[in-house]
Design a protein around this ligand. Structure first.
Ligand code: ATP
Length: 373
């Protein structure tokens, strides 16, 4: 960004300590949420509907008061049970799901309005707004009103408005959920690039695991108001702390089993699953005889055609029959029925195996994760 008239606000560290929020009427939406986001990092809060994502974002934005705990930006407390800094004094920008543009202002005026508190003259504000719209490929739409723009164009104007003041902290409330798949992907890339380009600390909420993994430096998973894991996306995928985190971040299979032996040093257990025994990884304490669930990541499942010489269940593999196949552009996703009516889903292959094809699925122990029932 070439405009030098607007100074960059310093990206803050964000510190959320034991934040709880109970709404009037007694609904507890957040319970003891704690995490730290480094200055300039991109954090995604992921969780199902009602898990407390919006409440947490709104507390950080200053749109809700916390019931207990504290929120600080670079050691400056902005929220606690006795202190509440107003939203407009928190030096942040927000992008909402429903765009929230002012309908009586043009695209240019909407973006320029974000600079009203920067002590700039009108012509400077307009020049900065025009250059930001240009930067986002919206220059030719600057004089249009929101109702004359498509949903995707409105959201990009909203993004331009959030970026133009070069905020230290940017908050995103499911900004892509009203857009179609293609536009969602393109705007996701723009959000990721531009936010990092301005160097802001970013907090983004979504219920979409693939969006979270694609954007985040760190992902926080919320379940019923509790932050159950806060980690790098890669670690979350390989070492989910709970079955909820594993299921919410995408599984190919979820099978019942019984522990047959354990290797505590390597955290690998042999588990009897139906007629088969598999090696799988575990992090909690497990003992021989414990009933477990073996949760299988799609990455761990390699599908090959079965041959008459194969022995079912030998060496981390099992047999099945393809019940569904879907073309995904870069390859095919299969559903495979295995023993006792259990299924593996999302089994990816560059080759298409038609319905009814007998296949062998090999499982990598690293992507098979055991949790006690
Ligand atoms: N103003 C409010 N008054 C009372 N309860 C509320 C209020 N806002 C949210 N809640 C409740 O708090 C819980 C968390 O809501 P929140 O909107 O934070 O979840 P969410 O994860 O953002 O959900 P969604 O993805 O559906 O937006 C829900 O049970 C919700 O019904």
């Amino acid at each position: 960004m070439s405009d030098r008239t607007i100074s960059q606000e310093v990206a803050p560290d964000l510190s959320v300590v034991s934040v709880s929020k109970t709404y009037e009427g007694g609904k507890c939406a957040l319970s003891e949420v704690t995490f730290e986001a480094e200055a300039g990092s991109f954090v995604v809060l992921l969780g199902p509907s009602g898990s407390g994502k919006s409440t947490l974002l709104r507390c950080i934005a200053g749109l809700e008061r916390v019931s207990s705990g504290s929120i600080s930006f670079s050691k400056r407390t902005v929220s606690s049970s006795t202190l509440h800094v107003k939203s407009e004094d928190r030096q942040l920008s927000m992008v909402f799901q429903d765009y929230a543009l002012w309908p009586h202002m043009t695209a240019l005026e909407n973006v320029a309005f974000a600079l009203r508190r920067r002590g700039l003259g009108k012509s400077e504000r307009n020049a900065s707004a025009a250059s930001m719209l240009e930067r986002m490929g919206l220059g030719h739409l600057a004089s249009r009103y929101p109702q004359e723009l498509s949903g995707g164009e409105q959201q990009r104007v909203a993004l331009a408005r959030a970026l133009v003041a070069r905020p230290g902290l940017m908050l995103f409330d499911e900004p892509l959920s009203n857009l179609d798949a293609d536009l969602r992907e393109r705007l996701r890339v723009e959000i990721s690039t531009l936010t990092r380009e301005v160097g802001a600390t970013a907090l983004y909420i979504t219920h979409d695991q693939s969006e979270a993994f694609a954007l985040a430096d760190y992902v926080g998973v919320l379940e019923s108001g509790r932050l159950v894991q806060f980690d790098r996306p890669e670690r979350l995928y390989l070492f989910p702390k709970t079955p909820f985190v594993a299921r919410f971040t995408g599984l190919a299979g979820d099978l019942p089993g019984v522990v047959a032996s354990t290797d505590e040093r390597k955290h690998i257990a042999v588990t009897q699953v139906g007629p088969h025994s598999f090696k799988a990884s575990y992090s909690e304490t497990l003992a021989v005889g414990d009933k477990v669930r073996m949760l299988i990541r799609a990455k761990a499942a390699l599908m090959v055609p079965s041959s008459e010489h194969d022995v079912d269940g030998f060496g981390q593999s099992l047999f099945g029959s393809v019940t569904d196949v879907a073309f995904r552009g870069i390859g095919y996703e299969h559903v495979v029925e295995i023993f006792d009516g259990h299924r593996l889903e999302g089994i990816f292959s560059g080759e298409r195996y038609g319905r009814g094809t007998k296949v062998k699925v090999e499982l990598d122990p690293e992507g098979c994760i055991l949790f006690a029932e």
